[in-house]
Write a new protein. Structure first.
Lengths: 303, 303
């Protein structure tokens, strides 16, 4: 089952011709989640061949421009493309106000329903559920309220074996009942053990997103054991003081969190424009957490 | 004296990788006016080597996303670049509300003063004056309130001759007085004729911008004899019905207006994304108004 991440924008602050601001598309079993949406996101979505209509959920971490200013234009383009499929957006309630205002001054209603999930004051363990995945939310420590996300596959841990289906030809209702824990008896009334019905597929994979944030161990319980962690690394370690002052992280901060949270892989991004290439940041992170990669616009990471 | 136009975005509706939405930079004697600011404008400004700090005035024609959604990001970037120079913006009062809201939710004030000129209900003959140019405003006919602009050079029609200055060494006050019409007498009390004081430079040039608009002769008095007219041409003439329905213009509409307004040159743009190249639109316009060019991102037009 597909589970991969495409980096749409890997920069910070202001979009540059070769490095747009924050945006990523997570493909979970061909359902797309757009995470953050900096200016120009729709341009890079086209450039990287992302099907706009597959995007069903947009998560916005916080209301600094480099994380959301591409959203109004994308919503406008969905409308121009005649979208009718409902769209979910999770973000700060002020984002909803802004979107409503922008449609109002443009003089039209979008052609598709928008379900807005307010996440600025979510309860602990707040979760959104979609057919193939769940989204958990956690607080980041930044200059303004910011939220991290953990997206986990659901429904993939157990699968009904082909042999079982060929032998007993269960109908859909029976299969659904089995999945929710019902027992199964053959025509002679013998209980068929679950080990003969189900095969264990790979355990559910998960992706965690932490941007923007200063170094904070508080996020570790929310991201532990993730298959992939994206953690911002705006600065190299020499600029630790600037990082703390601006409530951003260094490459060393990101790698330390990845190590302590026992994630399987780390992707760093949100690079300051002072780094023409992120080689130094990658090198510093790898010294602490070897399985690190540096994001670039268009990079696709299989999870 | 420099007077040229750089096309930043020549498309309509949604930005595409090779054709961004509406934005143009008019260079008047090295002072820059940004006209409209679609999403990604700042990316193309960098790509085309435009000095951000020279932009002193931004004119926004109307509040459809493809004409202004790059503005919040550009204003944010001015701040990140540490701009202190004041910025003038002319647009609908709702645009001011939007900008204020976006800075508020981002949690900071811009590092530079913004002077906002509300133009949604301007008086006839409303004009803004800057040291090298004036801006006149006129109404366009579109689905929502939209405004056209005419930017004209000032102060270039007459220049004091070098010979006069060398001979009489007038002080600054005397020069200013001469420019406002005072007479000049030499030490012997002889009146020096103005023809010996002034040389006639080229007459002031002007650029007129009309986008978005349906075909309307009402704009002709405001744009006549312009050295360059930019007029939207969203559709080819075969889509005249769509043009009227959506209150846009065809290439034939644009060329007809250019012809009747006796402008010297016409630039067409705001092309619908259905035209991969604007060859047909250019051909149709040229059949009516031969001195027409088709805009493309990065095109520079000397006026």
């Amino acid at each position: 089952m597909t589970f991969n991440l495409t980096i749409i924008g890997s920069g910070s602050g202001a979009p540059l011709p070769g490095r747009f601001t924050s945006a990523q598309v997570l493909n979970v079993h061909e359902r797309f989640v757009l995470i953050d949406c900096g200016e120009g996101t729709q341009i890079n979505l086209r450039r990287f061949g992302i099907n706009f209509n597959r995007i069903e959920l947009i998560l916005i971490s916080h209301l600094h421009g480099d994380h959301y200013l591409g959203l109004p234009g994308l919503l406008n383009t969905f409308h121009l493309l005649g979208r009718t499929k409902e769209l979910h957006i999770a973000g700060h309630r002020k984002l909803k106000e802004l979107i409503d205002f922008i449609f109002k001054i443009a003089g039209f209603e979008p052609s598709y329903p928008i379900h807005f999930h307010v996440i600025d004051y979510f309860e602990p363990n707040y979760q959104l559920l979609f057919p193939s995945y769940s989204v958990n939310f956690f607080s980041l420590l930044h200059r303004i309220k910011a939220t991290g996300f953990r997206i986990s596959e659901i429904g993939t841990s157990e699968k009904i074996s082909k042999e079982f289906i060929a032998k007993y030809k269960p109908d859909i209702e029976t299969i659904q009942a089995l999945k929710t824990g019902n027992e199964f008896f053959d025509n002679d009334g013998n209980l068929i053990p679950r080990s003969e019905i189900f095969i264990h597929a790979s355990p559910p994979r998960s992706f965690a997103y932490a941007s923007d944030t200063v170094f904070s161990r508080d996020i570790i319980p929310h991201i532990e054991n993730a298959n992939l962690l994206y953690h911002e690394a705006t600065y190299a370690s020499a600029l630790q003081v600037s990082a703390v002052e601006k409530m951003h992280s260094t490459s060393v901060d990101a790698a330390t969190i990845a190590l302590e949270a026992k994630v399987k892989k780390l992707a760093i991004g949100h690079f300051s424009s002072r780094y023409k290439v992120p080689d130094l940041l990658l090198e510093e992170a790898k010294a602490i957490f070897p399985n690190t990669i540096a994001c670039s616009d268009g990079l696709k990471i299989e999870i």
